[in-house]
Structure formats: structure tokens, C-alpha cells
Design a protein around this ligand. Structure first.
Ligand SMILES: [Zn+2]
Length: 255
């Protein structure tokens, strides 16, 4: 598999060779530029697409599991207005999901965090601040954020939390080192609802129905207004098509 470690093992010596070659036997500089451009492109793609497992191994689907399962996940949880409606829909359908918690939001809504846990859903860590610059923070700060949210989750679920989804799904060498140090599992997704971008709720539903396949880890956001209406129809569709509903913890033992 193409990983950051292997790419460095090839590109660092190759770049050194081309630099030395430029100064000693006049190897044209353009070759060095091409190598550096390829290296930077790989690093960028590896950062943007968590499921490539470029910097750190990420669990992105349950396609290897037997049966017809779907893993519904919510990011940026909890939200004062939408989360209670999402929980109600899940309860009506008797479906369990996985919620990735933003520590700062959970502190504002402790009752909701407790309710998600008491309703039997799985809690995951989604950083403390979910700041736009999270991927650019130092390893110390990244660890601090993950630990802070884990301790907030621990206040309602004493057994703690062992899954982490990085904000925006972006990974880099520092995030990889942080999750390794904390021995926490990195979680991605295989089906993006694009609910934060697509405004028309019917289009989100059509997209999910069209793309869902067995084993999918589906990414939704319970901070998106009226996403519970999409969820209600989506679950109805999945049930009609004999899908089972599982939570992310079920994927950990199979990895
Ligand atoms: Zn997020």
C-alpha cells in the first residue's frame, strides 16, 4: 500500500540524488522539480482522502463483513436543535448509530450527550474545537484536543472512547502520530451524504439511495437543519431493502 513512510523512503533519497547530480554532473533541475511536484501531490491527496490510509490506517467501511449492513454516522454532534429530532427518528425506527462528538458542543449541551449515550448509540471523538486550522496544529495541541473531548465523553460513558474521526477527514503526519500515541482508532467513511453542501434535502436522499451498498459507512451531520427528515426516509428505504444497521464499534474487532 502507498503510505507516507514508503513514499519518503523512495522520494527523499531520489531527491538527494538529483540535487547532488545537479551540482556534480549537471542533471537538469527540471527532474528535481518533477519529483518534488509528484511528492507534494501524493502528500496532498493523502491528506484529503482519509481512506487511502496514507498517513494512518483508517477504518472506512464494513464491506468485508457478511450480510447487508449499513453504518450510519453523524459528525459535529451534538446540536441543540437537530440532534433531539435525529434521536427521535432513530428511536422510532429502533436503529442505532454512531455520533462523533465535538467537545465544545458537548460542553454546551451536556444533557444531549447523555441522551445520545443512554439511547444506546456509540460515541466517537471528533476533536474539541473542530477549528478550521485543526490539521495545522502541533502534535501537542492535537493530543490536547482529543484528550479533552475523550474526558467529556467519559463523564457520561465511563468506559471511554476508542474511535476518532479527524475534523474534515483530513490527516497528516502529526495527526497520525497523535492517534498512534493515544491508541485510538481512526475512522473515515465510504459514503458521503454531502449534506453540508447540498441544500435540497430531496437531492441528499436521492444521492444516498442511489449510492448505498452493503458495508457502507455513511457520513451525515446532525447539525444540518432538517436532516432528520432525510434520515427518516433513508432508514425506511434501507429497511425495505433488507439492510441491517450496525455501529462503528462492530468494525474494530474485524480489522
Ligand atoms: Zn466535522
Amino acid at each position: 500500500m502507498l503510505t507516507y513512510r514508503y513514499v519518503n523512503l523512495v522520494f527523499v533519497p531520489l531527491s538527494c540524488f538529483l540535487i547532488i547530480g545537479y551540482f556534480t554532473v549537471n542533471i537538469p533541475l527540471i527532474f528535481l522539480f518533477i519529483v518534488v511536484a509528484i511528492y507534494l501531490s501524493l502528500c496532498f491527496v493523502g491528506s484529503a482522502f482519509i481512506c487511502f490510509g496514507f498517513y494512518t490506517k483508517a477504518i472506512c467501511s464494513g464491506v468485508h463483513k457478511k450480510g447487508k449492513s449499513v453504518f450510519i454516522t453523524f459528525d459535529d454532534s451534538p446540536d441543540k436543535k437537530e440532534t433531539p429530532l435525529v434521536l427521535k427518528v432513530l428511536q422510532e425506527h429502533d436503529v442505532k448509530a454512531t455520533f462523533f462528538i465535538v467537545g465544545e458542543e458537548a460542553e454546551k449541551n451536556p444533557g444531549l450527550l447523555r441522551k445520545i449515550n443512554e439511547s444506546g448509540h456509540v460515541l466517537g471523538n471528533h476533536s474539541y474545537s473542530h477549528g478550521n486550522f485543526f490539521p495545522l496544529r502541533s502534535k501537542r495541541k492535537i493530543i490536547e484536543e482529543i484528550k479533552k473531548t475523550s474526558s467529556i465523553i467519559k463523564s457520561v460513558k465511563p468506559s471511554g472512547v476508542d474511535i476518532f474521526r479527524p475534523p474534515f477527514g483530513v490527516t497528516n503526519p502529526l495527526i497520525a502520530k497523535a492517534v498512534k500515541q493515544l491508541s485510538i482508532n481512526t475512522i473515515g467513511w465510504s459514503l458521503k451524504s454531502r449534506d453540508t453542501v447540498i441544500k435540497d434535502k430531496d437531492k441528499i436522499l436521492v444521492r444516498l439511495i442511489r449510492k448505498t451498498k452493503p458495508g457502507d459507512v455513511v457520513l451525515l451531520h446532525d447539525r444540518v437543519e432538517n436532516i432528520h427528515l432525510v434520515l427518516d426516509k433513508y432508514i425506511t428505504f434501507l429497511k425495505k431493502n433488507n439492510y441491517n444497521f450496525e455501529t462503528i464499534d462492530k468494525l474494530l474487532s474485524n480489522e
